[in-house]
Design a binder for this molecule. Structure first.
Ligand code: CUA
Length: 169
């Protein structure tokens, strides 16, 4: 079969682009711990505010020092809007929205997810540096989108200080 010279160039270029795309997914996964969502969990958006879990959003610290953070993202705020978690411990975020699509990005970290009404978004990460982090909504959600923000405070805990090292990602 005779393939035209220019056709060959385009075939190789197309194959090359696919390789670059797959390599970039691999690089972000292994290099920056960026991964697709872990699971599918649904919730009725109308019941979010009365839900036993999401109706009482907040931080729970477990016996092993890890934390679970339950967050409601709505027009135009996060609840709670100040989140305190321990440094160097696994922190599981669980989020949902009673209205429209929002974003939840913890600036300068790999914590970043969409928050979609009808679904529970969940990811687990840990923070190796104590301090204050800005959380922003990064999905346009309406007129107040630009003021939709919250604070994450990563606290030095006695246990983390005794261990004397940063958290694993
Ligand atoms: Cu919520 Cu933009």
């Amino acid at each position: 079969m005779n393939v035209d010279f220019y056709e060959k160039i385009w075939m190789w270029a197309a194959a090359g682009i696919i390789v670059v795309f797959l390599a970039s997914i691999g690089a972000t996964f292994f290099g920056q711990a960026i991964q697709p969502p872990s699971h599918v969990e649904t919730i009725d958006p109308e019941s979010v505010r009365t839900d036993p879990e999401f109706g009482q959003p907040g931080v729970t610290i477990h016996e092993d020092g890890s934390a679970t953070v339950v967050v409601q993202a709505f027009m135009f705020a996060f609840l709670p809007n100040e989140i305190r978690v321990p440094r160097g411990r696994p922190v599981k975020f669980r989020l949902t929205s009673p209205d429209v699509i929002h974003g939840f990005q913890i600036v300068r970290t790999n914590g970043n997810t969409m928050v979609v009404p009808g679904y529970v978004s969940q990811f687990t990460t840990s923070f190796s540096e104590a301090g204050e982090y800005l959380i922003v909504c990064n999905e346009y959600c309406g007129l107040g989108h630009h003021v939709m923000a919250a604070r994450l405070i990563v606290e030095e805990t006695p246990a983390a200080a005794a261990a004397g090292r940063g958290g694993e990602r």
